[in-house]
Design a binder for this molecule. Structure first.
Ligand SMILES: Cc1ncc(COP(=O)(O)O)c(C=O)c1O
Length: 395
């Protein structure tokens, strides 16, 4: 009963890197840091809207509200960012049984008012960037790559680098449960100087002994709380809302504080060089491949078995999904069903999105999805138990 794996969450590394400069981190990109992934996404959308407005002035098109296209199955923070930036969210359904935008619907959703397409590397599975880039280029629209859930493995570990970071603007999150987590933070990367110039630059909060001590305490407490023998405690505190899908309006775009900035390089380096995480993904992939009733989603999306994933997603029929989820949950094995429904049906979004619009593939995806943990607390024994439960329930 006390053993509970969190669905995501690698411990935070508190050792500053010997060379803490971030300039060499993302060598071919220009980068701006923010206080959260949502703020970073809002900053990217503001740039796209600015681009759109300047093009409209050149071509004498009237200034309607700029439209931002995004998937109908997504984190509600995407809506917070669009609303903050003054855009109108336009939802597009998923491809059937895939975490990707439906390409035909995406093409027909584009209008003269479209300023940006946001596509997401959900769980760490790459979107189809070459197709999306082609479409965005043809239509002269900014392509925003939301990579909050994906950070590439190091050069020596990753074998499919061609897929990595191809949006005009790439958004990262360093929030709780993200690949590189500092309990908050985000960034926008771009290779295009003309886009970089327009990114808001809020500056970072200054460093000092008190922020440093306070972050150190928070991170140590977090590291303690995510250990499998303790996680039942935060999980049982309802005010923490762990694992809930909730809408929070974004109130401001703030910069990343110096304390987190100094820890970023060390945390990235640790994440990128964690060969065991890839081994865990490979082992889970092999288990799923051995069972007919289970769709191994990353494999169906052409990801290699050694692709680094934040969590391991699989699809089952809805009845099996619910049974497997309950069993894995009772055994404390870190399973999650992620977002319960499509965006318009999420509480808090009903006044913002039209809940009469139907997104059948997104709904079906939400009812079939289950994710398994891949983080560093997941042991060989846990993977064995997951295998046993999957076999029992899906035969
Ligand atoms: C795909 C995606 N984009 C953006 C965000 C927002 O990031 P943050 O929590 O750092 O604001 C999240 C958060 O879960 C996310 O999953």
């Amino acid at each position: 009963m006390f053993y509970q794996l969190p669905p995501v969450g690698n411990p935070i590394c508190l050792c500053p890197h010997a060379d803490a400069s971030t300039s060499s981190l993302f060598s071919s990109y220009k980068i701006q840091f923010y206080a959260s992934g949502t703020a970073a996404l809002a900053a990217a959308i503001l740039v796209a809207i600015k681009q759109k407005k300047s093009k409209n002035i050149d071509s004498n098109i009237s200034d309607n509200i700029p439209e931002i296209i995004l998937p109908a199955y997504a984190c509600p923070d995407l809506i917070s960012a669009v609303v903050y930036a003054g855009g109108k969210p336009v939802l597009v359904d998923l491809e059937a049984d895939r975490p990707w935008l439906e390409l035909a619907q995406l093409s027909s959703a584009i209008t003269v008012n479209t300023a940006a397409i946001i596509a997401v590397n959900l769980f760490g599975i790459s979107e189809r960037w070459s197709q999306l880039r082609k479409l965005a280029k043809q239509q002269n629209i900014v392509l925003i790559e939301d990579s909050a859930q994906y950070f590439p493995a190091g050069e020596n570990l990753s074998q499919d680098r061609v897929q990595d970071w191809q949006g005009d603007l790439v958004v990262l999150s360093f929030g709780r449960g993200k690949p590189v987590s500092l309990l908050g933070g985000g960034a926008v990367l771009t290779k295009k100087a003309a886009l970089y110039e327009h990114l808001p630059n809020p500056g970072g909060a200054a460093s000092g002994l008190i922020p440093q001590l306070s972050f150190g305490l928070k991170a140590r407490l977090y590291n303690f709380m995510i250990s499998p023998l303790i996680y039942w405690l935060p999980q049982s505190l309802p005010f923490l809302h762990l694992g809930e899908t909730r809408y929070h309006a974004l109130s401001d775009i703030e910069g990343l504080d110096q304390v987190r900035l100094e820890l970023l390089k060390g945390n990235i380096s640790r994440y990128q060089n964690d060969a065991e995480a890839i081994t865990r993904c490979e082992k889970i992939s092999a288990i799923l491949d051995s069972q007919n009733a289970i769709n191994n989603l990353p494999r169906l999306c052409n990801m290699k078995a050694n692709h680094r994933l934040l969590r391991y997603p699989l699809l089952l029929d809805a009845t099996h999904r619910n049974k497997v989820y309950q069993k894995l949950k009772q055994a404390g094995l870190g399973a999650s069903i992620l977002y319960p429904t499509s965006l318009p049906k999420i509480a808090g979004l009903k006044g913002i999105l039209d809940d009469k619009l139907a997104f059948p593939n997104a709904e079906m995806f939400a009812s079939r999805l289950l994710t398994l943990p891949t983080h560093s607390h997941v042991s060989e024994k846990d993977i064995g138990k997951i295998n046993t439960i999957l076999k029992q329930v899906t035969v």
